[in-house]
Ligand binder design. Sequence first.
Ligand code: ADQ
Length: 470
Amino acid sequence: MANRLPYTIRPAPGGAELRRAVGGLVTAVEPVLLAEGGVWIGWGGRTAAPGELPVNLAVPREAPRYRIHEVLLTAAEYRGYYHGFANSCLWPLSHLFVGRAVVRAEHWEAYRAVNRRFARAALENAAPGRLVWVHDYHLTLVPAFVREARPDVPIAFFWHIPFPPPEAFLVLPWARDILAGLLGSDAIGFHTADYARNFLRTVRALPGAEVDEEQGAVLYQGRVIRVQVLPIGVDWDAFDGTARRPAVRRRAEAIRAALGTPHILLGVDRLDYTKGIPERLAAFGAFLDAHPEYRGKVTFIQVGVPSRSEVPEYQEVRRRVEEAVGRLNGLHGDGWQVPVRYVVRPFSREELVAHYLAADAALVTPLRDGLNLVAKEYVASRVDGAGVLVLSPFAGAAAQLPEAVLANPYEVNDLAAGIFRALAMDPAEKGRRMEALRRRVREHDLRWWWDQVRSLLRVGEPGTATLHAA
Ligand code: ADQ
């Protein structure tokens, strides 16, 4: 179960029209459902008109592997629960933008009500011994709601974003309700040891909870809840396999030829202020200023997908990106040749991998990020062993990928220097670093991640639970 289904649903004559949704959670979790079956409970991206019926069907339609169970929201619930509490309060707080957090009781009320609705949907689908797998910060109250009604059901929770230190989290008047909600689970997973530690330290503020930091466990209401560090992986075979296809290699060559510069840099992000896109563009400008020898020789492709467009901060970041692209192209372009190519649309897997293959360096430089799958996707796609990953130390992925070129997105010159290092690095060093990165990303791929979750709960084995809802 996750806030969003992997499809956006639109009513259409003769049934519903489904369109693929883009985002880290969908990319990461859907392959597990495709392999294991189950039911995905989530919101379909539309608000409910009176009399509207939720969609409940098997997908993918051409070769069904699992079911989707739509949770319908009214426009008011959507504003309060999704844009309000989840995205304007929990999201900035967790990414340490504490001053941006909008803390409003009516948003919290909507959040509670919608979490109840999701819990009811989980209960409708929960069969004895089958796992309820709850994803992310939108649904923190669901584990306790499900536990209340069905103490026998195994529940796992995965927190996909950073978990902040107690000083930030406890700003929330309802922090303890959220902690108690999460502790309805049997196991809770985080991407990094820092997030798990922050969570355990925060749980100490919950009356009645006993924390064993060493063991990564909490004793609460007579149950032991395990807290695990499980950085999510990418579907290695899908990225590596796509990158080996001749048509994709040819497409990468065509991209390089069409751009016509010897060097290409790439950024791929949802348009979110946490991703540091304006900061990255400023650093690219600083790099061109500091190294005029690269002018006319580097193209920076920034691919973005619009996200949460109703929230003012997201409109603002989009405007800032557009302004920065215009400014850089005006200052550093010569009319025909422009240094920044800005593309706002979803890419197919093939097109994404062709871009990864075409780029000399990927700039993955968020101000803060739970993990960041783009970093791992880039590495998994570099079957040629070339390419450099420039990575922010504030992405959870940095804990696993020390062979990347680390650069601080808060300091424009540090990031500019990281770009220069990546482009000027000698091919042998690039090869060594990429080989080490590929080994790590392959060893900790999506299969590994799911196996860890499964062994943690001992699900999928005879006589124990199997995946049911994700
Ligand atoms: P996100 O914040 O969505 O995920 P990220 O991990 O980078 O961030 O995943 C984005 C995904 O969307 C990637 O798979 C990427 O390929 C895809 N994508 C982006 N732009 C695209 C485009 N134009 N076309 C097609 N695909 C595009 C959240 C957390 C992250 C965490 C993930 C998974 O914020 O920190 O890594 O969940 O846990």
